[in-house]
Design a protein around this ligand. Structure first.
Ligand SMILES: NC(=O)c1ccc[n+]([C@@H]2O[C@H](COP(=O)([O-])OP(=O)(O)OC[C@H]3O[C@@H](n4cnc5c(N)ncnc54)[C@H](OP(=O)(O)O)[C@@H]3O)[C@@H](O)[C@H]2O)c1
Length: 313
């Protein structure tokens, strides 16, 4: 068996473009003999089936949270991409997986973290503290044999613009306006990013023959340009051809539904309401993107392009 690049979260927002981009990047490098294994919990799902058609990729049905060091050794896993879930047990499950990777002798992990301004021990949103804790764990001397890079992307534009796309689609069907819910502040610019671009960055890192310059790096990722809540509302007006009657900026009411639907602590799930505060404070502008990311692969997709894509989907 050849050494493996393992893609965890392959069917998701960021993993899909890692799988689509990596085979080509590995060609004509010293890593060209590596095989790529993309993981899914359900090989029959449409997103997994799409990945199975890609040349140079093996799809494996395996829940990553149950992978142990024996599995990693048997598959000769050398490099790993991981986009973890953000349930309250994220630290336990991603931490366990990364410790198993260390014990199995894996060399390099590229992981998806969260918005850079939120990766702090005192951030109210619980999942961002989990990302901080995982990065802190990886930074300890005990983990020095496992090289790693943590990508800290701004909010994903496909998710942040979903309510606006839905508002426009509903108007086109009914001719009537509902409320327009926008998570951004009316006037604070922020560099929303396409998660597809995040995965392409990750693939470029995984394809580096020498990863030492990127070891223990935390990179900030934003889209190519800033957008405000007001600009998004204006885009919606252009699509529907009339002024928006009821626009709700900084709208995090969806978190109440998450709390109601969850069996986890209300205190913990409810803390997601605080996640966009740093964005509203102007701490996640496009200009904060790390120079190293611009050198590797500069994210391309703008909010306007993403909104068009979502509406036409
Ligand atoms: N949403 C944002 O705006 C945003 C912004 C910045 C950073 N992030 C970070 O992005 C990371 C997630 O990346 P992503 O959005 O690319 O991932 P994702 O699409 O949420 O999930 C990736 C894949 O993981 C599998 N999966 C989902 N839940 C799982 C679970 N409980 N146990 C095992 N497997 C599970 C699913 O694949 P299968 O069903 O095929 O197994 C899913 O397609 C998070 O850590 C988050 O903090 C998000």
């Amino acid at each position: 068996m050849a050494p493996t690049v393992l893609i965890v979260g392959a069917t998701g927002n960021t993993g899909r473009s890692v799988v689509e981009t990596l085979p080509k990047l590995l060609e004509n490098t010293k890593l060209s003999s590596h095989q790529i294994i993309a993981l899914t919990r359900s090989a029959s799902s449409p997103s997994a089936q799409a990945l199975a058609k890609l040349p140079g990729v093996e799809l494996a049905e395996q829940n990553w949270v149950e992978i142990d060091d024996t599995w990693l050794r048997e598959h000769e896993v050398a490099r790993i991409f991981i986009a973890s879930h953000v349930q309250p047990n994220q630290f336990a499950e991603e931490g366990q997986f990364l410790l198993n990777a260390l014990r199995a002798g894996a060399k390099y992990v590229v992981r998806i973290s969260t918005t850079a301004a939120n990766v702090r021990p005192d951030i109210p949103a619980y999942y961002a503290r989990a990302h901080w804790a995982i990065e802190t764990m990886l930074s300890q001397p005990e983990f020095k044999e496992l090289h790693w890079t943590s990508l800290q992307p701004n909010a994903f534009m496909s998710l942040a613009l979903a309510t606006t796309a839905g508002f426009i689609q509903d108007f086109r069907k009914s001719g009537k306006q509902g409320p327009l819910s926008i998570i951004l502040d009316a006037s604070t610019p922020t560099g929303l990013i396409d998660p597809y671009d995040v995965g392409v960055v990750a693939a470029h890192l995984l394809a580096q023959e020498d990863i030492t310059p990127h070891n223990q790096a935390r990179y900030v990722l934003n889209g190519p340009e800033d957008v405000t809540g007001e600009q998004i509302a204006k885009m919606a007006e252009q699509y529907i051809g009339e002024p928006v009657e009821d626009v709700r900026f900084k709208d995090v009411a969806f978190v109440d539904q998450m709390v109601a639907a969850s069996s986890e602590s209300k205190n913990v799930i409810g803390s997601i309401k605080f996640a966009p505060v740093t964005i509203w404070e102007g701490k996640a502008k496009a200009e904060t993107t790390s120079k190293e990311i611009l050198d590797l692969y500069a994210p391309e997709r703008t909010a306007g392009e993403m909104l068009k894509q979502l509406i036409e989907a």
